[in-house]
Design a binder for this molecule. Structure first.
Ligand SMILES: *Cc1c(COP(=O)(O)O)cnc(C)c1O
Length: 354
């Protein structure tokens, strides 16, 4: 097995490992190009218009990554020194190298939640009265779906309630929607049911939508104009970026509805794994394309479990101690998922039989 190449593995580490589809590669080859810093790349312009329309907003901006989208959003929604409410295990807080402080110069104010979703009551409890000593709150970020909580959806209904609370305190509401289409497909509703409740949001092309590069920031024309300047500050002004935008157009047309398959595969694995003795897996939390479970009570260590999986040609990762995460995506079939569920069962049976 040690001579196996990466592409021969069934790779559940993330939906970021997805490769462009043949149609995307064709689209790249034929993309009409221009200089996007001058707003003259027709393919970028087309993608941005398409993204804005899909999200029911005025305008959109192509950025290099989800991390850059979040950073540009923080810089655009807030002034330096202002306060941003976010969930305590959110991607912005955990995985973006502290850019929120180091670059955007705003104060993250984490709200601890039960399942990755923030309720209006939790927000209200975190808001302090106006006082000369306190930083001025400007924004609340919601992560939908929530990565570290295993792809949990904040529903349109929850967003509506949160939006009302945010408005009462003159806060802007933003979605880190790296996987917002998984949320929409998961609930089988139009993505606008989510986006209509927020001021602005981002989504990733490079995750379940299978593009090689890119995310889109979406909001009002005024917001996007300001965001364009902030993207430039970060060195994110790109030239013939139609190369990146062309597969994005294919993704929005062809790759959204198929996310359902990923959810079905995740569910297939989760249902089987949940039955294994010692495994802690809450099926109510398997809502989209992520399966996360705790192996502590099986007695197996993360390293050994992952090594055994790898011997079977399967890659996954440990998200924290004893917590294993599998992400389904384009390229992982039903058969792969069945094989994986069986492999997990067999490995744990062997590891726990003393
Ligand atoms: C992946 C992810 C990001 C960051 O995207 P990159 O393109 O990897 O920078 C942001 N937020 C969430 C919720 C994510 O899952």
């Amino acid at each position: 097995m040690s001579n196996m190449k990466n592409e021969e593995f069934i790779d559940f580490r993330s939906d970021t490992v997805t490769k462009p589809t043949p149609e995307m590669l064709e689209a790249i080859k034929h993309a009409k190009l221009g200089d996007d810093v001058y707003c003259e790349d027709p393919t970028v312009n087309e993608l941005q218009e398409m993204a804005a329309e899909k999200m029911g907003k005025e305008a959109a901006l192509l950025v290099t990554s989800g991390t850059q989208a979040n950073l540009v959003s923080l810089m655009t929604n807030c002034n330096r020194g202002q306060l941003v409410f976010l969930e305590s295990e959110s991607h912005i807080y955990w995985y973006e190298v502290g850019g929120i402080s180091a670059v955007a110069s705003v104060l993250p104010w984490p709200i601890k939640s039960f399942d990755g979703t923030i309720s209006p009551d939790q927000l209200e409890a975190a808001i302090r009265p106006k006082n000369i000593h306190f930083p001025e709150p400007a924004l609340i970020c919601v992560e939908d779906t929530h990565n570290r909580y295993g792809g949990i959806i904040t529903t349109p209904k929850q967003l509506a309630a949160l939006s009302e609370a945010a408005k009462n305190h003159s806060l802007k509401l933003y979605i880190d929607g790296a996987r917002i289409f998984n949320a929409a497909v998961g609930l089988n509703v139009d993505v606008r049911e989510f986006t209509k409740h927020v001021d602005n949001l981002m989504f990733c092309l490079s995750k379940g939508l299978s593009c090689p590069i890119g995310s889109l920031l979406v909001g009002t024309t005024e917001f996007i104009e300001k965001a364009r300047k902030n993207r430039k500050i970060l060195g994110g002004g790109m030239r013939q970026a139609g190369i990146i935008a062309a597969p994005g157009i294919v993704a929005l047309q062809k790759m959204v509805h198929r996310l359902k398959e990923d959810h079905e595969n995740a569910w297939l694995i989760a249902e089987k794994v949940a039955k294994i003795p010692g495994i802690k897996l809450d099926l109510a939390r398997v809502q989209t394309n992520i399966v996360a479970f705790d192996i502590e009570n099986t007695g197996a260590t993360d390293d050994l479990f992952l090594a055994k999986l790898k011997e079977d040609g399967i890659l996954a990762l440990a998200q924290s101690n004893h917590r294993i995460r599998l992400v389904t995506h384009y390229g992982i079939t039903k058969k792969d998922s069945q094989k994986t569920a069986a492999a997990i069962e067999a490995i744990l049976e062997k590891l726990t039989a003393k």
